[in-house]
Write a protein that binds this ligand. Sequence first.
Ligand code: BEZ
Ligand code: FE
Length: 259
Amino acid sequence: MDDTRAGLIVKDILEGLRGVIRRHGVTYPEYRRAIRFLAEAGENGELPLLCDVLLESVVDEATGHAPGGTDSNVEGPFFAAGAPAIEAGGDGLSRLPMRSDEPGDRLVFSGAVRSTSGRPLPGAVLDVWQADASGRYSRFAPGLPEWNLRGRVATGDDGGFAIDTVVPCAYDIPGEPHTARILGLLGLEPHRPAHIHVIVEADGHAPLTTQVYFAGDPWLERDVVGAARPSLVTKLEPADGSGGAGYTCRFDFTLTPAG
Ligand code: BEZ
Ligand code: FE
């Protein structure tokens, strides 16, 4: 970000904050308490979560939507770069790393990646991550294998992919104290609908960060992050039983050519 733009944005933020202080007659003890609150949230590493819960969906709304492409969606605080590349097995499925007794129903998540022209994009890479059946993300919650339910999957010659994973569950964002306190003040419950995160990249195209949600999830309308949107909702279908999957779902991604 260049300094001119940064200066304009900082000026507006300060104007907003000064207006709040004047309007509410914020006292010295309240002012000092607010600073301590932010400092403590920073010290315990909670600021990325707090900001993503309260603000990220607005950044996505303001900047994220490329005409003709799949809608973007928030990345959230639980992405980890460097997930293992997953090769498709003999059954054509790319299996995300998971425990031998991974809880939850097995899911085959398939689809295709295309350009806005409709041309399939072979060799596109989907960097996929999701919570386990108790709503925990590997690398952030203790006791999970390092890359559990995370992996990078390349599309085949027809632009298609088929990922072997488990059905994610709706979950509560982690109950970190400062985030919980703010949500309590706002009267918000900490729930997110079930979702799978994905960053899709293909040569000559703008990368897409988005999430896929599931029809019928009661939290779609009351996502604490305010990110779930109808264009990103797919349907879980019971599988025919072959290959051990309990459910299937399909979602096709459309990438816009890089400007
Ligand atoms: C998530 O999708 O996991 C998430 C997004 C924003 C804030 C918190 C969690
Ligand atoms: Fe998430």
